[in-house]
Design a protein around this ligand. Structure first.
Ligand SMILES: Nc1ncnc2c1ncn2[C@@H]1O[C@H](COP(=O)(O)OP(=O)(O)OP(=O)(O)O)[C@@H](O)[C@H]1O
Ligand SMILES: [Mg+2]
Length: 405
């Protein structure tokens, strides 16, 4: 029998065999794979350990295959023939081992993803020994109200500010009256809009102007730093909020933790969404809690969160129009800039720019001034800054078009 394959040789395991055995796909111990073709039928079966040498495929003793990596997990669910085990935050179904008595909550050691070998502990042990979420932890998320920002810092878009006040401040202020009227309470408001359109800025202004207790949670931070405890953290924050006279819970960039719970979405994200839904559904009428969330990818948010009784109100932050652009440029002008700069002309030339991009002009302008050893931003710096940001935008746009083909 003559076998044909790439030059790879060594110990391998059969992954796929064609019906007549002339085609065998093997995987080497290092994880690389290769396909072998034979001129005659062979009798390999999936799982066989084989020695691949030049031109031959030979059956080798099963024991030669390196033993499978062991894992430690916690039993979550027991059936007569199957068990669900949590390993490192995700769930796996595997056959119920014979001869071992298991209980839900046992910590077990296993091999591969189908074999439970022994019980290590009667109680669940955690993958990482995480500290519990206590009051001190919660305090990190509470923003002390400060008057450092005001609604005045939000330039242009008067409509957005008015709408935010109406949806967030009014219900918190008049919740008793609204309750008496029998109005369904507003629980959540979602801020949507392109990157840099002022969503986070407005939420922070609300935080410093409102007399409600403000909890600020950043989606990416939770998914990195608090992954193992994210559900507990969310539950505790909502519990703490419910004890306050008035509270606002703010989730910045919520898409990073509440993406659609599709099959392939991360297990942790799924649990976080579940907890968020439970917490939001759990508010009683008498609890004066409002949730604000921001996202620049509303389409990626789990649709269950956008159903009535959750984030059912949305405020869209559009790209500013000409007049709003002028207002933003004026408002963000650093005190080290000369007066009477040509804001109208720049506003005219910045169609479809985001507020963040407009504000970036000042950073660039300041660099021109400093490079020229001046303490004031002059018109030439301002124009130079505008051109600099315009070039960066054009480059990013070209890259984006390239990526999208
Ligand atoms: N209406 C505005 N008035 C003045 N400055 C603004 C305004 N909107 C945005 N900015 C400026 O743009 C910067 C970025 O805004 P912000 O961080 O709020 O954007 P965002 O909408 O949260 O973006 P992302 O979706 O990327 O998180 C702010 O720090 C501020 O300097
Ligand atoms: Mg933001």
């Amino acid at each position: 029998m003559i076998w044909e394959y790439d030059s790879m040789t060594g110990l391998a395991r059969v992954k796929v065999v064609s019906d007549d055995g002339t085609f065998v796909h093997v995987e080497f111990t290092n994880g690389n794979g290769t396909v072998c073709f034979s001129d005659e039928p062979s009798e390999f079966t999936v799982g066989d350990v084989v020695l691949v040498t030049d031109n031959t495929l030979e059956k080798a003793p099963q024991e030669l295959w390196p033993s499978e990596k062991s894992w430690v997990g916690v039993i979550k669910l027991l059936h007569t023939d199957e068990v669900v085990v949590e390993i490192g935050g995700s769930l796996h179904i595997m056959p119920h081992p014979t001869g071992t008595t298991l209980k839900v909550g046992n910590t077990v050691e296993g091999f591969g993803l189908s074999k439970i070998a022994r019980v290590i502990s009667d109680s669940p042990i955690r993958f990482i020994d995480l500290p519990g979420v206590d009051d001190v932890t919660i305090r990190q998320f509470k923003e002390e109200s400060s008057s450092s920002r005001s609604f005045d810092d939000f330039a242009g878009s008067a409509g957005i500010v008015a709408r935010a006040k109406e949806l967030i401040e009014t219900p918190l202020k008049y919740y008793k009256e609204l309750d008496e009227i029998g109005a369904r309470p507003i629980k959540g408001v979602l801020f949507t809009g392109d990157p840099g359109t002022g969503k986070t800025l407005l939420a922070k202004i609300i935080a410093s102007r409102s007399d409600a207790t403000f909890y600020q949670i950043s989606g990416p931070q939770i998914m990195n730093k608090w992954l193992g405890q994210s559900e507990e953290l969310i539950r505790k924050i909502f519990e703490d909020a419910a004890k306050q006279d008035k509270a606002i819970v703010f989730f910045d960039e919520i898409d990073s933790l509440a993406t659609q719970r599709s099959d392939d979405s991360h297990e942790a994200s799924r649990r976080v969404v579940g907890q968020l839904l439970a917490s939001m559904d759990g508010f009683k009428r008498e609890k004066n809690v409002m949730v604000i969330a921001t996202t620049n990818r509303p389409q990626d948010i789990d649709s269950a969160l956008r159903r009535p009784g959750r984030f059912d109100w949305e405020i869209h932050f559009p790209l500013p129009g000409r007049d709003d652009r002028e207002a933003i440029l004026r408002k963000s002008q650093p005190h080290g800039a000369v007066s009477d700069l040509p804001h109208a002309a720049v506003a005219e030339k910045t169609e479809s720019w985001s507020p963040a991009e407009l504000v970036a002009i000042w950073s660039e302008a300041a660099l021109f001034a400093v490079a020229d050893r001046r303490k004031r931003i002059l018109e030439e710096d301002y124009i130079g800054g505008f051109e600099q940001v315009a070039t960066q935008r054009a480059r990013k746009e070209a890259e984006r078009k390239n990526r999208e083909g």
